[in-house]
Design a binder for this molecule. Structure first.
Ligand SMILES: [Zn+2]
Length: 111
C-alpha cells in the first residue's frame, strides 16, 4: 500500500508501506489482509493530510499484477484507521491487471 498526497502540480509519496496477507494468525485463526497490515505500520501525523491510497497485488511468481481491490472490511479500516492516524482519504486506487488501474472515491467506500 502506498499513501500518496495529491495536488494539482505534483504527486508526492508521503508514506510507503508494505503489507502481506497473513492467514491463520492469532487465537481465532484470523486472516490479516495486506491493507490492514500496512495501516498498522503507518505513523501518526499531527497535520491532517489528504491522501490517496494505492493497493497493488502481484502474483506469487511476481510476474503479473492482479486485482487488488480492497474487501469491505479493509475499506472500513482504510477509512477509519487511517483517519485516526491523522490522514483523510481522498481515493483508494487499486490494480486490476498488468495494464489497468481503478479507484474508489471516498464517498463510495464501505463504512
Ligand atoms: Zn481485505
Amino acid at each position: 500500500m502506498i499513501l500518496v498526497a495529491s495536488s494539482m502540480i505534483k504527486v508526492r509519496i508521503v508514506f510507503y508501506g508494505t503489507g502481506y496477507n497473513k492467514y491463520n494468525v492469532g487465537v481465532n485463526y484470523q486472516t490479516i489482509h495486506a491493507e490492514h497490515d500496512a495501516i498498522n505500520r503507518l505513523k501518526y501525523t499531527k497535520n491532517m493530510k489528504t491522501v490517496n491510497v494505492l493497493v497493488f497485488r502481484i502474483s506469487r511468481n511476481k510476474k503479473d499484477i492482479l486485482c487488488g481491490k480492497p474487501c469491505e472490511n479493509c475499506q472500513k479500516r482504510i477509512l477509519k484507521d487511517i483517519n485516526q492516524k491523522g490522514y483523510r482519504v481522498h481515493r483508494v486506487y487499486y490494480t486490476i491487471s498488468n495494464d489497468e488501474i481503478s479507484f474508489i472515491r471516498n464517498s463510495e467506500l464501505c463504512y
